[in-house]
Ligand binder design. Structure first.
Ligand code: ADP
Ligand code: MG
Ligand code: MG
Length: 910
């Protein structure tokens, strides 16, 4: 009997030592092999050596604890008994595989060795026993190849050619066949001899013939592979701690290469691109292991032909798929082998899926009674951000088919940002800016070898981004996800020549200005234009060009959203101006959390410039009065659209030079003249005023409430416009709830000053109109002082709204317009974990928010508090806001569904 720590866990025969809950100890693969066996699925017996052993191995100069040997021998006996074969036997030899398996799957990062136990003797026994010498020798040559590579490290380095493949190439050529599986016994024997010689020459020692030595060699190599460069880089990228270690699974072999009633395959219990039900996947007849994914032979589709090729096996697989889903309550990604008509399970795990599939699968599983609504909505099932994919434009399927027929398909890369984009090719950010300056509506695709922060401006302009290099977490992929742009990266077939301004694939050459189309769902690139159309949900909700009952994706989406709204406790509002109000409501906004009044000013530049230029109160007042009707009208539209929902209106925030600066005078040569005429002065006067308005650090300059304090007539006009609009709309029978918000307050006295102006005007208006309108006056909390003095500020403020864009800028002392130059570097080098303008910096900015909430509510216990920075649409930040006890988050209309889901997930999280 063995003693000490238990490092070895048997699985198989329906009575495993472990189960699925032991993933940390046994790794995902080992835990699920044990579980599958326990629920009666056919799993070849084997044993798992724990991740703890891996830790021991690395803590003790890569040696094993003394008790391991006996534990392995005991487990091996159990495997032999279960499988009715004996390892190393001359009569009935058992063969083994040795496989890695960490807590989180690390696809392709570590090694596997198959067919362990073969040598010159056992291969002959296997040959006779199976009556299939070609199979035995095929297995043997595979074993030597894998073992030589993984354990004896005889493998190509750098650009060196693969010695094993060269030998196989020669053999196929000599035999005049296309595939390795077509080689006959004699030819395979020759390959084996050559493989052995290659190993002896390169490794300086012979291939080991003792089966037990082979096992220990393979086990050691798998533990070693935890620390190979590939694996280390991968873990760093995905934040997997090196300390977790991998488990090793040693398992009885089953054979997919015994003949035409055998196969190897991978499958999904449902489609994971769009989520349709039905088992699907790839298989290869008479093949072993990863032949299916290696791309040597083109695999067949399970759902199409397996039913004809192997009806019995197909039935078994479908049943297994159902059992697995019933048991794991989620879609599974499986690996299997068919040996003489019998299906054996080699792996299962929860499948990765797109946003579309995530929604469909979650809804379907609830409707099938497999999971409840709460489970369906968890972060693990539907990452809130992935909802975004459902809202992106798509290629018109007919147009795409036509493009394929027309031969305009170019290449396929990694689909890094879902959606469809068509535009003219542009290689440089500066060019993109120049083109856009001439044509603001230009559609362009930024094509780069790779992108860097200098390309940000171009990426912002582009409809889509296409790169030749880089993977799913490259700069291009990251940024486009953040910007919500369609993106394909790592499209390695593209030859990009910046100098000539060309992009080529083989003999197809496109140049700057040519049209190109990229499908971010599939990674496909087409020359020329492919027409896009809005996604189904947008067609139903926004354009109303499609009926809900004809839109399946929409129906599932709205079903999901119903559940979301049942669960969440935090409200979701929109950052919206009158133009987007209808859209916001369609997406489910429960109010406006931020209406930026300056947006309205940009359409009345003459009047606002007249106001800015005025040096006397009277003339300023006269100019401002001209703006009043425009503002009032806008607010009326907004109140009507929001139909009784609360509307937070922020008073003028940006510095005045945003409306009139040297830049404007430079861009429009006759502007100075026109303005001079307008105010009845000379051009010098215009230049002087522009000079006076200039600031060296506008972010910290004369803006926000500082404007209203110096020019109270602006605040008064805006308050009047809001209140008159409210009265008019209320008189028309529509409820109104205006919330007037003072920006950039740091001192209570600032808020007092502006509140008085607002309240005085409001009282006047209500009296004039002879109605009662309920309204509140509150403030943004967007500079640290306001958060710190929140108790005092709440004496005046009836509500708070965290302006986390400015709060982040002022807390971190980091300008949102200038951080692009270093933020990428910061993230790559783990200086800060995430982009603080995308996800709230919880330790710093978040702490100020916490202080703001606590102190604010210490004065006014029912203080309504929201957030209106970009962070309001970021799932992690939404969850944080829930924890802080905020009443609502506010975000751009397109992110409302995401914020709603995240708000529900916040409840499920806690
Ligand atoms: P990865 O984690 O890279 O998928 P695996 O350990 O799953 O590596 O092994 C890769 C493949 O090798 C499996 O999908 C399966 O086809 C084959 N394989 C592994 N173990 C066995 C076995 N005991 N019998 C037959 N094939 C096996
Ligand atoms: Mg696998
Ligand atoms: Mg602000």
């Amino acid at each position: 009997m063995s003693s000490g720590t238990k490092y070895v866990y048997f699985f198989g025969g329906g009575k495993s030592d472990g189960d699925a809950s032991m993933r940390n100890l046994l790794g995902g693969k080992g835990a699920n092999l044990a579980e599958m066996s326990n629920i009666g699925l056919p799993v070849p017996a084997g044993f798992t050596i724990t991740t703890e052993l891996c830790t021991y191995f690395y803590d003790n100069d890569r040696t094993y604890p003394p008790e391991l040997k006996q534990q392995v021998e005991d487990a091996m006996k159990q495997v032999e008994q279960t499988m009715g074969a004996e390892f190393g036997s001359q009569e009935n030899p058992l063969l083994l595989s040795c496989r890695s398996g960490a807590r989180e799957s690390m696809p392709g990062m570590m090694d596997t060795v198959l067919n362990i136990g073969l040598n010159d003797t056992t291969v002959e026994v296997l040959s006779k026993k199976s009556g299939n010498p070609a199979f035995a020798w095929d297995s043997y040559r595979r074993f030597i190849q894998m073992y030589g590579d993984v354990v004896m490290e005889v493998r190509p380095e750098g650009k060196e050619e693969d010695g094993y493949e060269l030998i196989l190439d020669e053999a196929r050529e000599a035999a005049g066949v296309e595939y390795d599986s077509q080689l006959n016994v004699e030819q395979l024997k020759e390959v084996v001899t050559k493989f052995k010689k290659l190993i002896r020459d390169k490794a300086g020692k012979d291939f080991p013939t003792d089966p037990m030595e082979q096992v220990w060699g393979a086990v050691g190599a798998v533990f070693q592979s935890w620390m190979n460069d590939r694996a280390i880089v991968y873990r760093r990228q995905y934040g997997i701690p090196h300390s977790w270690g991998t488990a090793v699974n040693v398992q009885a072999m089953v054979f997919g290469n015994l003949g035409d009633d055998c196969a190897t395959g991978v499958g999904l219990t449902r489609d994971c691109s769009m989520g349709a039900p039905g088992f699907n996947g790839d298989y290869l007849i008479n093949a072993q292991g990863e032949d299916v994914v290696a791309g040597i032979r083109t695999p067949k589709r399970i759902e199409k032909t397996l039913g004809d090729d192997m009806p019995e096996a197909y039935k078994q697989l479908c049943n297994i798929g159902e059992t697995l889903e019933q048991h794991y309550k989620d879609v599974q990604d499986i690996e299997f082998t068919v040996q003489q008509g019998k299906v054996w399970m080699l792996q299962t795990r929860n499948a990765k899926r797109t946003g579309f599939a995530a929604v469909r699968i979650a809804v379907d599983l609830v409707n099938e009674g497999l999971i409840d609504k709460k489970t369906a909505l968890t972060k693990k099932r539907i990452p809130a951000d992935d909802l975004n994919q459902l809202l992106q434009p798509i290629f018109d399927p007919a147009a795409k088919n036509k493009a394929i027929e027309d031969g305009t398909y170019l290449a396929t890369g990694i689909n890094a940002g879902p959606g469809a984009a068509t535009g003219i090719i542009c290689f440089h950010a500066e060019d993109a800016e120049a083109i856009q300056a001439k044509d603001p509506d230009v559609q362009l695709i930024l094509v780069r070898r790779e992108t860097s922060p200098e390309d940000l401006r171009g990426m912002r302009i582009a409809k889509g981004i296409l790169t030749a290099f880089g993977g799913a977490s490259s700069h291009a992929a990251l940024v486009s996800r953040q910007m919500g742009k369609t993106c394909i990266v790592g499209c390695s077939e593209l030859e990009i020549d910046y100098h000539d301004g060309t992009l080529s694939v083989g003999d197809k050459v496109l140049k700057t200005g040519d049209w190109i189309s990229i499908d971010g769902f599939t990674g496909e690139v087409f020359a020329g234009k492919v027409e896009t159309k809005p996604s189904e949900i947008i067609e139903v909700l926004i354009h109303k060009t499609r009926k809900p009952e004809d839109a399946e994706t929409f129906q599932r989406y709205s079903q999901l959203m119903e559940w979301v709204d049942e669960i969440r406790t935090m409200k979701v509002r929109a950052n919206a101006e009158p133009d987007d109000a209808a859209k916001a409501v369609a997406f489910g906004a429960e109010g406006v959390g931020l209406c930026r009044t300056e947006h309205m000013f940009f359409s009345h530049l003459d009047e606002i410039r007249e106001m800015i230029l005025a040096e006397e109160v009277d003339t300023r007042q006269a100019a401002i009065n001209k703006l009043l009707p425009f503002q009032r009208e806008d607010f009326e539209i907004l109140f009507k659209e929001m139909n009784g929902r609360p509307v937070t209106i922020r008073l003028l925030d940006p510095p005045l030079h945003e409306f009139l600066s040297e830049h404007h005078l430079h861009e429009q040569p006759d502007l100075a003249h026109k303005l001079a005429d307008m105010v009845g002065a000379g051009k010098e006067f215009i230049y002087r005023r522009v000079e006076e308005l200039k600031e060296s650090n506008p972010m910290l300059g004369h803006r926000g409430c500082r404007l209203g304090i110096v020019y109270p007539e602006i605040t008064a006009m805006q308050a009047r416009a809001i209140m008159e609009a409210a009265c008019n709309v209320q008189k028309a029978g529509i409820e109104v709830h205006p919330e007037i918000m003072i920006p950039l307050v740091g001192f209570k006295a600032e808020l007092d000053n502006q509140t008085k102006v607002v309240r005085d005007v409001a009282a006047e208006v209500l009296k004039e109109q002879g109605v009662e309108v309920e309204y509140t006056v509150g403030t943004m909390i967007e500079i640290p002082r306001a958060a710190l003095r929140a108790d005092e500020i709440a004496e005046t403020a009836e509500f708070f709204s965290f302006g986390t864009n400015d709060l982040t800028q002022t807390t971190l002392g980091m300008s949102r317009d200038d951080y692009g130059g270093f933020i990428g570097f910061y993230q790559e080098n783990d200086i800060i974990p995430s982009d603080p303008f995308q996800t709230v910096d919880q330790d710093g900015v978040g702490d100020l928010m916490k202080i703001g909430v606590e102190r604010g509510r210490s004065t006014r216990s029912d203080l309504k508090i929201g957030i209106c920075g970009e962070h309001g649409g970021d799932p992690a930040s939404v969850i944080f806001c829930h924890k802080l006890g905020l009443n609502y988050v506010s975000c751009s209309p397109f992110r409302i569904p995401i914020a709603r889901l995240a708000a529900a997930q916040a409840v499920l999280d806690s």
